[in-house]
Design a protein around this ligand. Structure first.
Ligand code: ADP
Ligand code: ZN
Length: 353
C-alpha cells in the first residue's frame, strides 16, 4: 500500500492507495471515524456496481449507513441537488460528529465535498474516488464546488477530506473514454514535474502494463499534487503549475459548451498546442511538442486544435477569474518534466494561443 501524508495548516490527513482497498475501508474507518453513522453520497452508476459492497463492508464494522444517490453527470453539481441532499441528511439525523463519504468521480467528489463543507457548518468527510481523473486530481487539493447556471464551480470553498481511499481496481469498470480522460491529467504530471513518469508511460506496450502499474502511477501523481498544494493551498501562486494545458483546454470546453470534448481531451489539445507555440518562440526545448503528440496519440487523446474561431476561444480566457487586466500568466514547459509560470502582456496572447 502507498500512503501519503498531506500536511496543511488547517488539517493533516492521509491518502491510501492500493488495488482492492475497498475491502478494507470499513476497518480503516474504525480508526478515523469517532461516530457510527455514515452518509454515502454516490451516483447511480457507481452505486449499481459497488454500492452494496461498500455498505456491506461498513455495516460489518458496525456503521449505520444511508446511501444518497444522484444522477450521473455534471448537471448534478447544482445548488438544487445540494439542498435535496441537506434534506436527506436531516432525515438521517446526521450530526457534526458523523461522517459523509464521497463515493464516485469528480462530480460526486465536488458535490459531496461542498455539502460536507456547508451542512451544519462542516461535517467530516472521506473521499473514495472511482475515476482516474478524480483519483489523481479532484480528490487531492480540497477544492469543493457546485455550478451555477451562469458557470462552472462558481460557488464553493477549500475543504479537505479526513482521508482519501484510492482503489485502482475501480478503474477496471470505467468506460475507456473516461480512463483516457484521466490519462490526460496523468500525462500532465509527467510533463510538469516528472520525466520518468512521462517516459515510463511512453514505453508501456500493452494496456495491461498500464493497469499493472496504476498504483505507482496514481501515487506519483498524488505526491506531485500534494507537494504543490502544501506549498500553495489556496491557489495563489505555484499551484497554477497544475493548470498546464488548462488555459486553452478550458477555452475549448467552453467553446463547445462542455458537450463535445471531455475535460482531459480539451487539456490534451491545450498541452500540445501551447508547447508547440512556446517551442516556436524558443522557450521550450525543441522536440518537446512532438513527444507530447506521441504520448497523447498513444493514450487515444486528441492533440489537434479544432477548426474554431480563435477570437471566440480567447474571449473566455480573457475573462477568466484568475487573470488581472494587463498581464496574463501561462504555464509553459522548459522541457519534459519541468514547468514554469510565464507572465505575458495580454497583447502577446496570440503568440501562444
Ligand atoms: P469525472 O471524475 O471525470 O469528473 P464523473 O464523476 O462525471 O467524472 O464520472 C464519469 C462517469 O463515470 C459517470 O457516468 C460515473 O457514473 C461513471 N463512473 C465513475 N466511476 C466509475 C467506475 N469505477 N466504474 C464505472 N463507471 C464509473
Ligand atoms: Zn484538469
Amino acid at each position: 500500500m502507498y500512503t501519503l501524508k498531506v500536511k496543511l495548516p488547517s488539517k493533516n490527513y492521509e491518502i491510501y492507495i492500493k488495488k482492492g482497498l475497498l475491502d478494507y475501508i470499513g476497518i480503516k474507518l474504525k480508526d478515523i471515524c469517532s461516530s457510527n453513522k455514515i452518509a454515502i453520497i454516490t451516483d447511480k452508476n457507481v452505486n449499481a456496481i459497488y454500492g452494496d459492497k461498500l455498505s456491506m463492508y461498513l455495516n460489518k464494522q458496525g456503521f449505520i449507513t444511508k446511501t444518497i444517490v444522484v444522477k450521473p453527470g455534471e448537471n448534478s453539481k447544482s445548488l438544487e441537488n445540494a439542498e435535496k441532499i441537506y434534506n436527506d441528511l436531516l432525515d438521517f439525523k446526521i450530526k457534526r460528529s458523523d461522517m459523509i463519504i464521497a463515493f464516485g468521480g469528480g462530480v460526486v467528489g465536488d458535490l459531496a465535498g461542498f455539502v460536507s463543507s456547508t451542512f451544519l457548518r462542516g461535517i467530516p468527510f472521506i473521499q473514495i474516488p472511482t475515476t482516474l481523473l478524480a483519483q489523481v486530481d479532484s480528490s487531492v487539493g480540497g477544492k469543493v464546488a457546485v455550478n451555477l447556471p451562469r458557470g462552472k464551480n462558481l460557488v464553493g470553498s477549500f475543504y479537505h477530506p479526513n482521508a482519501v481511499f484510492i482503489d485502482t481496481d475501480f478503474l477496471k469498470t470505467l468506460n475507456k473514454r473516461y480512463l483516457y480522460d484521466g490519462m490526460s491529467e496523468v500525462i500532465k504530471y509527467g510533463c510538469i514535474n516528472n520525466k520518468n513518469l512521462f517516459y515510463d508511460l511512453l514505453q508501456y506496450k500493452l494496456e495491461s502494463d498500464l493497469f499493472d502499474n496504476l498504483d505507482k502511477i496514481v501515487f506519483t501523481c498524488c505526491s506531485i499534487k500534494k507537494d504543490i498544494v502544501e506549498r500553495d493551498e489556496k491557489d495563489l501562486g505555484e499551484r497554477m503549475i497544475l493548470n498546464f494545458g488548462h488555459t486553452i483546454g478550458h477555452g475549448i470546453e467552453k467553446y463547445y459548451n462542455y458537450s463535445y470534448y471531455t475535460h482531459g481531451e480539451a487539456v490534451a489539445i491545450g498541452m500540445y498546442n501551447i508547447t508547440k507555440k512556446s517551442e516556436e518562440v524558443g522557450i521550450t526545448q525543441k522536440g518537446t511538442s512532438q513527444e507530447i503528440k506521441t504520448i497523447l496519440h498513444k493514450y487515444n487523446l486528441p492533440y489537434k486544435m479544432p477548426n474554431l474561431e480563435k477570437s471566440k476561444l480567447i474571449q473566455p480566457i480573457m475573462i477568466d477569474k484568475k487573470n488581472n487586466n494587463k498581464y496574463f500568466n501561462i504555464v509553459l514547459l522548459k522541457q519534459i518534466g519541468e514547468a514554469f509560470i510565464h507572465k505575458i502582456d495580454l497583447k502577446e496572447i496570440n503568440k501562444f494561443i
